[in-house]
Design a protein around this ligand. Structure first.
Ligand SMILES: O=C(O)CCC(=O)C(=O)O
Ligand SMILES: [Fe+2]
Length: 251
């Protein structure tokens, strides 16, 4: 897969280059600078890229043109899939056609390239801490290494790699919109002692000023904008090291 090749190539660049040269609009993240304990110490690096920046002139240096092209192509396919799935899921609740996707177009979404280096120190160090995604829907591609686990009936279940399948996760916004009919799935990534792992996530997000409210009467949550939600999540993470998420907005 072309995208995978480009992904490996960009992560192989020297650290300094990834941090400093503004590749993909300064979207490079690594570890957790706010970690105060071992569980918060993330063994991963990522490019978290707003899709409206990919095609914008000047945002992706010329030398990364092939990466940009691969991301554009992938984002286009992922978005078609995301819209189809969101349509089906919303339709199941009697909201076919008009729905939350009004304030959501390709440009408000994100593509995240993840890399998890081998971690020889402790299996207790997370690649990614347990979290739910702050979006409507996530479409995820994982390679064959494995490491993704999700919470099912209060137990962690490993998601077995399947080269022919994508993983679709419900995010917080879909949970709020569906008034808890659909649940945002808690997931984490465990590290591997010997092998590096790659994944790519497409996050279906609305614009920051979109109002998220329940599609049903007697809403469980107060209405909030996506921007408010993001700010609250970031504030909580900064203060406590943990994302609180939707419970913050319960009525
Ligand atoms: O790498 C994975 O399998 C999961 C990535 C993920 O959960 C995320 O980027 O939010
Ligand atoms: Fe996630």
């Amino acid at each position: 897969m072309e995208m995978k090749r480009e992904q490996v190539k960009v992560f192989r660049l020297p650290f300094e280059k990834k941090v400093s040269c503004g590749i993909l609009n300064d979207s490079y993240r690594w570890g957790n600078p706010l970690a105060t304990s071992l569980e918060q110490f993330l063994w991963s690096e990522a490019f978290h890229v707003p899709l409206n920046k990919i095609s914008e002139e000047g945002c992706v240096p010329l030398e990364f043109n092939s990466l940009r092209e691969a991301m554009e192509k992938l984002a286009e396919e992922m978005s078609k899939l995301a819209w189809t799935l969101a349509g089906v899921l919303a339709g199941n609740l009697g909201h076919a056609g008009q729905s939350f996707t009004e304030n959501c177009d390709g440009s408000t979404c994100f593509l995240r390239l993840n890399r998890y280096p081998p971690c020889p120190f402790s299996p207790e160090i997370f690649g990614l801490m347990p979290h739910t995604d702050s979006d409507f829907l996530t479409i995820l591609y994982q390679d064959q290494v494995g490491g993704l686990q999700l919470m099912k009936d209060s137990k962690w279940v490993a998601v077995k790699p399947n080269p022919d399948a994508l993983i679709v996760n419900i995010g917080d916004l879909f949970q709020a919109w569906s008034n808890d009919v659909y649940k945002s799935v808690k997931h984490k990534v465990v590290t591997n002692e010997r092998v590096e792992r790659y994944s790519i996530a497409y996050f279906m997000c609305p614009s920051y000023d979109s109002l998220i409210g329940s599609c049903r009467e007697t809403s469980l949550y107060k209405q909030f904008t996506f921007g408010e939600f993001r700010r609250q999540v970031q504030e909580d993470v900064k203060k406590t090291g943990l994302k609180i998420g939707l419970p913050r907005f319960l009525l």
